[in-house]
Design a protein around this ligand. Structure first.
Ligand code: FE2
Length: 184
């Protein structure tokens, strides 16, 4: 896996778990271990996909099904687009991972609008792609509203609540090709 994708995945995990813990505090039931696994593994085939052009959401899920982790596979498959968007009901594990991914641009916590600008520039070559991206984004905005309805922080407060030093320490461990000392 390319190093910047490792950095991205670690930070997506940080964001996802921050939201999970705060949702837990408001009595929203979520499987924290499942979210952690889904966030860390969501781009598992992304590096390969850059060469092969494969759909990394689909192939990432296939890898995890093959390895015997169908629930994690389900989150990986839905990390770009959710199967269903529900305005009602409490946030789900798939929604938390999907949203967290949209809040991390490279190795920084960003606002969704910043990441949208980047995605449009990088992947919005045709008007059809652009329309698809805009549609995904509209759903992401609705999801953001849904998640933060249950929280007492606002989306722009997420960045300051992430322990960046710790996140950088994890990355340094990966860079040394050591087993990371990840302690969530
Ligand atoms: Fe991805």
């Amino acid at each position: 896996m390319m190093e910047h994708i490792v950095a991205h995945s670690l930070l997506v995990c940080r964001v996802a778990l921050l939201l999970t813990d705060r949702l837990h505090a408001h009595d929203i039931p979520l499987n924290r271990d499942l979210i952690r696994a889904g966030a860390l593994l969501h781009d598992i085939t992304k590096t390969r996909s850059i060469k092969t052009g494969e759909m990394h959401t689909e192939t990432g899920a296939e890898v995890l099904i093959r390895e015997g982790y169908p629930e994690v596979a389900d989150l990986v498959r839905q990390h770009v687009r959710l199967d269903v968007s529900t305005e009602n009901g409490t946030p789900t594990e798939a929604e938390v991972v999907n949203y967290a991914d949209k809040r991390v641009l490279h190795d920084q916590v960003a606002l969704m609008t910043d990441r949208l600008g980047y995605i449009l520039e990088r992947y919005g070559a045709t008007s059809e792609y652009r329309a698809r991206i805009q549609e995904t984004w509209k759903r992401a905005e609705e999801l953001e509203e849904k998640i933060f309805r249950y929280l007492d922080i606002s989306p722009d407060q997420v960045a300051e609540l992430i322990p960046l030093e710790q996140a950088r320490g994890e990355l340094a461990d990966f860079q040394k090709w050591m087993r990371p000392k990840v302690d969530y």
